[in-house]
Design a protein around this ligand. Structure first.
Ligand code: NAP
Length: 277
């Protein structure tokens, strides 16, 4: 699915280049040397190259100051060949990620983390959707899994995944419950779910006894198991026997997130150049 989405973006990018002589451009900013962030940034760069975007990487040292980072964001805001700005999170502790996100021009905020874009999502009138929840919705649509009237349980309430995930499921008329570390009787709540989305960040957290027979299980987690191997928030081997659909890790949500980032950057380019969808 991710490959199909990227193929469509590539086709549209060719059309934009040929018809309007514009090429979508994404700037990725990474501060410090967190190995996971490095992998994500490399994957995003590769995807940009594959779909024909201009891709710029700004790798800043861990000791970068808030002022320096904000100055870079401002430069990128004013750079006409850059349509999307992505600041890879998490930032080193001395930097204020909220202030950095707030400084990004909302039209270039292809992660959809800026308060303006978050507000638009709440209202259901958005330009961009956050990449991970949007990728999940695309998977549900593609596999023709109905959301309307279904019990949807999201574990995790981060601004990046859990909250917007709940909102998108709600927009499609799911009955949504968002769980977090203070939720009581979590397993019982999860067992109600027709659609269960795990975005917790704890390896293999969701066990088979937390899943209803026939449920759809979406694993957003990108964790490391006891051997340092990439795994998800769901105990895949045991849970897969119970559910009707399950997304694997690696694979699944991760590639869809990057494909959605490509879609958002293409859209940003069209918006900034007044090109109809
Ligand atoms: P996060 O900001 O750390 O949020 C984790 C959420 O899980 C919090 O809301 C937390 O509750 C909740 N939680 C923690 N322990 C819990 C427990 N024992 N019971 C119930 N809830 C619990 O993480 P995130 O940024 O949303 O990411 C979640 C996972 O998704 C991570 O593995 C991350 O690597 C992965 N991720 C993947 C992609 C992708 O492209 N596939 C993209 C983004 C993130 P409180 O709010 O109460 O603390």
């Amino acid at each position: 699915m991710a490959a199909d989405t990227k193929a469509r973006v590539k086709e549209r990018t060719e059309e934009l280049k040929n018809t309007y002589h514009v090429t979508p451009g994404l700037a990725v900013v990474i501060v410090g040397d967190d190995p996971a962030s490095r992998v994500y940034v490399n994957n995003k760069k590769k995807a940009c190259e594959a779909v024909g975007f201009v891709s710029e990487e700004y790798a800043l040292p861990a000791e970068t100051t808030q002022e320096e980072l904000l100055a870079l964001v401002e430069t990128l805001n004013n750079k006409p060949d850059i349509n999307g700005i992505l600041v890879q999170l998490p930032l080193p502790k001395h930097l204020d990620d909220k202030a950095v996100i707030a400084a990004i021009n909302p039209q270039k905020d292809v992660d959809a983390f800026h308060a303006v874009n978050v507000g638009k999502i709440m209202l259901g009138e958005y330009d961009f959707l956050p990449c991970t929840p949007a990728g999940v919705m695309e998977m549900l649509h593609s596999y023709q899994i109905p959301v309307e009237g279904k019990e949807c349980v999201v574990i995790g309430r981060s601004n990046i995944v859990g909250k917007p995930m709940g909102m998108l499921l709600l927009h499609e008329n799911g009955t949504v419950t968002i769980c977090h570390s203070r939720t009581k009787n979590l397993a019982e709540v999860c067992r109600r779910a027709d659609i269960l989305v795990a975005a917790v960040g704890i390896p293999k957290f969701v066990k088979a006894d937390m899943v209803k027979e026939g449920a759809v299980v979406i694993d957003v987690g990108m964790d490391r198991d006891e051997n340092g191997k990439l795994c998800g928030d769901v105990d895949f081997e045991n849970v897969k026997e119970k559910c009707s659909f399950i997304t694997p890790v690696p694979g699944g949500v991760g590639p869809m997130t990057i494909a959605t980032l490509m879609k958002n950057t293409l859209k940003a380019c069209k918006l900034q150049n007044n090109i109809a969808d």
